[in-house]
Design a protein around this ligand. Structure first.
Ligand code: KG4
Ligand code: ZN
Length: 391
């Protein structure tokens, strides 16, 4: 039997507040690729940003600089890629100029990475946008330094495309050969709320999105108003489940912005302001009222997300609906979709990402990179951070 050819991709993700590096092995051909995630290390900066109630770009940059080298060493070790010392030392000069603006990272790189022999990988992938530009640049310059040192091609990956592919990862080993197109993607995170039609692999059409705040941002801001901490999504979700108000009427009623507008757009800033006014009106609130706020806010957000997703599906007739982004970890939203989609769209397959791939991670960037391998033709030196990159 001829040995099956495989490709190994090392991916780097630093678009926001997670430093993540993954190693992906791909077997088989383009038509029937089989994936194996050899490692996916995620180092979260939540405790650094929590006191500020949101992600502070320059703190994120500093943390990525500190974390990238240890995260890389762990990712290589867990993937069982050999990391022996090299006899051949590449000149420090080029690395120093690539990492000119990242002093702390540069020092760690020269000490711990420069002496290593190149691991057996075929390409390096890096998120180049959208995201916080100071954070993106650290990952990009680190990837450029590695690509130069190890003489590997570099693939720039769109972070939102990563979230699209995150829904398709199933366990450590998986295939995605029997996908049914067109697909409708609801992408919901701290920076995005959008409905995208995927006619076929890598072909995206923007159908609608938020006109102001992203839904995750609204969760975070409302949590801050309620004094819950950061990030707000998981906390609101937790306190919502503790709310005793089931079907009886609550004293807290919030609007469902744009629920009845015929388009596929969203607006969450008015919902957030309604929470603020209601809180001002009530003054000091009890734990029960706080929990009721969480439940009603979560319900309001879910109502509009689900109604607009169903509306988009009725109009564009996808065969599959997929979810991606940090907010897709929300269990009430997942439950609602699992109930509503089979009821209203019995022919449509709903694919939810595994919880561990809902937040930012490099495994999804590596999978997206595999389908973008031809982008490696672009000269690595020309890759730049693009904060507002779209699909
Ligand atoms: O995709 P992600 O990790 O980072 C960005 O690319 O923005 O998404 C982070 C967002 C945050 O706003 C966070 O509050 C929200 O996802 N989030 C949730 C939940 N878990 C995370 N929102 C609602 N419910 C959750 N369980
Ligand atoms: Zn994200």
């Amino acid at each position: 039997m001829p040995q099956q050819k495989s490709k190994i991709i090392l991916a780097i993700e630093t678009s926001c507040d997670e430093t993540s590096i993954a190693v992906l092995k791909v077997m088989g051909d383009k038509k029937e690729p089989h994936f194996e995630i050899l490692s996916n290390i995620v180092s979260s900066q939540i405790t650094v940003h929590a006191p500020w109630g949101g992600v502070v770009p320059n703190l994120a940059k500093r943390e990525h600089e500190r974390n990238l080298v240890p995260v890389l060493l762990r990712a290589l070790k867990e993937a069982k890629l050999e990391i022996s010392n090299s006899k051949l030392l590449i000149s420090k000069k080029n690395i120093t100029s690539i990492l000119e603006r990242e002093a702390e990272l540069r020092e760690q790189f020269l000490k711990n990475i420069l002496p290593l022999a190149a691991p057996k990988i075929d390409a390096i992938a890096v998120t180049h946008g959208p995201g916080l530009e100071p954070a993106l640049w650290v990952g990009i310059n680190f990837a450029k330094a590695l690509a130069h040192l190890w003489q590997k091609p570099l693939i720039p990956v769109n972070h939102m495309e990563g979230h699209v592919f995150s829904a398709l990862i199933r366990g450590k080993e998986f295939s995605i050969s029997n996908l049914q197109f067109p697909m409708l993607a609801l992408l919901i995170s701290g920076g995005h709320t959008e409905l995208v039609l995927i006619k076929k692999l890598l072909q995206y059409k923007y159908l609608g999105g938020t006109r102001d705040d992203a839904v995750g941002e609204a969760f975070d801001k409302v949590a801050k108003m309620l004094g819950l901490g950061y990030p707000g999504g998981p906390l609101i979700s937790k306190f919502a489940t503790q709310s005793k108000i089931l079907n009886q009427k609550s004293e807290i009623i919030l609007p469902r912005p744009m629920l009845h507008s015929p388009d596929l757009d969203f607006s969450f800033s008015g919902l957030k302001t309604s929470v603020l006014y209601k809180l001002k009106e009530l003054g000091k609130i009890s734990v029960a009222t706080r929990n009721a706020f969480c439940k009603e806010f979560e319900n309001a957000a879910i109502d509009v997300l689900v109604v607009k997703t169903i509306r988009a599906a009725e109009k564009f007739k996808p065969k599959t609906i997929i979810l991606g982004g940090g907010v897709s970890a929300n269990s009430a939203l997942r439950d609602r979709l699992l109930e509503t989609v089979p009821q209203k769209l019995p022919e449509v397959k709903l694919i939810l990402p595994e919880i561990k791939y809902t937040g930012d991670n490099a495994a999804m960037i590596a999978v997206a990179a595999y389908f973008n391998l031809k982008k490696t033709k672009k000269s690595a030196a020309r890759i730049t951070a693009q904060g507002t990159l779209s699909l």
